[in-house]
Design a protein around this ligand. Structure first.
Ligand SMILES: Cc1cc2nc3c(=O)[nH]c(=O)nc-3n(C[C@H](O)[C@H](O)[C@H](O)COP(=O)(O)OP(=O)(O)OC[C@H]3O[C@@H](n4cnc5c(N)ncnc54)[C@H](O)[C@@H]3O)c2cc1C
Ligand code: SF4
Length: 454
């Protein structure tokens, strides 16, 4: 009981045991469950909800673990309104099942109380190096470890999790939740080599020299896209991903709080209106900024971020200014505002028209949140991995996820572009199967005295 109380305290926005069971009991256990179709990794939603309705948390956890290595994360940050919950049949009666909150409750209980043991199939020969410990890398590592392979994860950061640790803010995804999920993967036998950047000194070729049979690249979109506007280099302009990362590093005690670029009393303008922009805006509010304004170049109805996140941001005091295209960051020695072109809206379906008018939005801090792209540290330090004109790794269908270089696989955002946690996981799950096929074939050929070729 004490554990349960502590747990409820730890996740005040989540369900209590009683609430989770009551919600689960509403589920119709449909024969053709739309919720499952709406889930990118086709989680067995009706089955784990039924187990929850019977109060059987162990079974519910076992069912979830068949499809996901990161349920406590997905239960919090998946866009449920567009996926499982948005697809639930009960929405027709006005109240779809809160699938995300049920999943989160089950996963948190499992993380807290270790309800189910780690299931590892018989140990197989084959060593795989995973570069990047975001949702893609963690999924590949977890799935291959469950299949019995030896897996070592390398990440440049001091803690594993990728964007889960250094992008999505604490108030949406507590870092203790990420650490618990990573620990569960480590308990499968996965080794983590952190603070290790692959590319400049330790190269991908060095990993093969160390005896790895295959390498997975899941390095995400590490570089923030820049804006070519006059004044963009003025002190006071900062990238959203850098700001969010510095906040987390300050939370961890790795940097001084004064090094975080937003301070109490700042007037902040955010350029961009996607999910990263909203995370930056809500974080700036929590840093006690005097004002935070999201500058949206499009119509009010076309804000790219999730509607629920925008609603939360508004409630917390974030202003939204739409139909403004930034032209210049103004200021002599330090940014003092953003000069914008005012656009006119001729109506839905028609292109916005630039007017003659401009306006200046005062700010002493400007956060740029217009997207990310892949870095080229690995591609630039090894041969044979092809990328497209934007830097995304090209992969094959057979074996799924293998790059143009034999034995090197890739998946997640570094292949598919910026997406979501669950989409990176979905892709990574299929790549893990491709890696297993490749390594098994390689080992068989080695036994026959043969070598793999392209
Ligand atoms: C601020 C922000 C908020 C988001 N919010 C949500 C959300 O609420 N819901 C949602 O579903 N999605 C969200 N996303 C998107 C989601 O986080 C990504 O789609 C997902 O993390 C991609 O996973 P990944 O494993 O491909 O890459 P990443 O999570 O980017 O992980 C890549 C990892 O590779 C490491 N790495 C990179 N290069 C090297 C190298 N050379 N050597 C060693 N390690 C390296 C990095 O340190 C990092 O740990 C958000 C993204 C951002 C930026
Ligand atoms: S669609 Fe809704 S009611 Fe039907 S099984 Fe899924 S969660 Fe339950």
């Amino acid at each position: 009981m004490e554990e349960l109380e502590r747990f409820i305290e730890y996740d005040p926005a989540g369900f209590t045991l009683r609430e989770a069971i009551i919600e689960a009991k509403r589920c119709l256990h449909c024969s053709k469950p739309r919720c499952r179709t709406g889930c990118p990794i086709e989680n067995e939603i009706p089955d784990f909800i039924e187990a929850m309705a019977h109060g059987n948390l162990g079974s519910a956890s076992t069912i979830i673990a068949k499809h996901s290595n990161l349920p406590a994360v997905c239960g919090r940050v998946c866009p449920h309104e567009k996926q499982c919950e948005g697809s639930c049949i009960l929405n027709k009666q006005g109240k779809g099942i809160k699938v995300g909150k049920i999943e989160r409750f089950i996963a948190d209980m499992d993380g807290d109380l270790a309800l189910i043991p780690a299931v590892i199939k018989e140990k197989r020969s084959g060593r795989i190096a995973v570069i990047g410990s975001g949702p893609a890398g963690l999924t590949v590592a977890g799935d291959l470890a469950k299949m019995g392979f030896s897996v070592t994860v390398y990440d440049a950061q001091q803690e594993a999790g990728g964007v889960l640790m250094y992008g999505i803010p604490e108030f949406r995804l507590p870092k203790q939740v990420v650490r618990r999920e990573v620990k569960k993967i480590a308990n499968l036998g996965v080794q983590f080599n952190l603070n290790t950047m692959i590319g400049p000194s330790l190269t991908l070729d060095n990993l093969f020299e160390q005896g790895f049979d295959a390498v997975f690249i899941g390095t995400g979109n590490a570089l923030a896209k820049s804006l070519s506007l006059p004044g963009i280099k003025l002190p006071g302009a900062v990238q959203a991903t850098y700001f969010l990362q510095m906040v987390e590093l300050a939370n961890q005690g790795s940097v001084d709080a004064m090094e975080v670029p937003i301070h109490p009393g700042d007037n902040v303008v955010i350029i961009g209106a996607g999910n990263t922009a909203i995370d930056a805006a809500r974080t700036a509010i929590r840093r006690e900024a005097a004002s935070v304004t999201v500058l949206n170049r499009d119509r009010e109805s076309h804000i790219a971020a999730l509607a629920s996140e925008v609603a939360s941001a508004r409630k917390e005091g974030v202003n939204f200014t739409s139909l403004r295209r930034p032209l210049e960051l103004i200021g002599e020695y330090f940014v003092t505002g953003v000069l914008c072109h005012i656009m006119s809206d001729p109506g839905e379906g028609k292109d916005l028209i630039p007017t003659e008018k401009t306006s200046i939005i005062p700010a002493n801090k400007v956060i740029i949140a217009i997207g990310q792209r892949p870095a080229s540290r690995i591609i630039g330090s090894t041969k044979g991995i092809e990328v497209d004109e934007s830097g995304y790794v090209k992969t094959r269908d057979i074996p799924y996820g293998m790059s143009m270089r034999s034995g090197v696989f890739s998946g997640g955002d570094v292949v598919n572009g910026p997406a979501t946690v669950v989409k990176a996981m979905k892709d990574a799950k299929t790549v893990a199967k491709g890696i297993a096929q490749y390594v098994e074939a390689k080992k068989l050929m080695e036994k026959c005295g043969l070598k793999m070729t392209d």
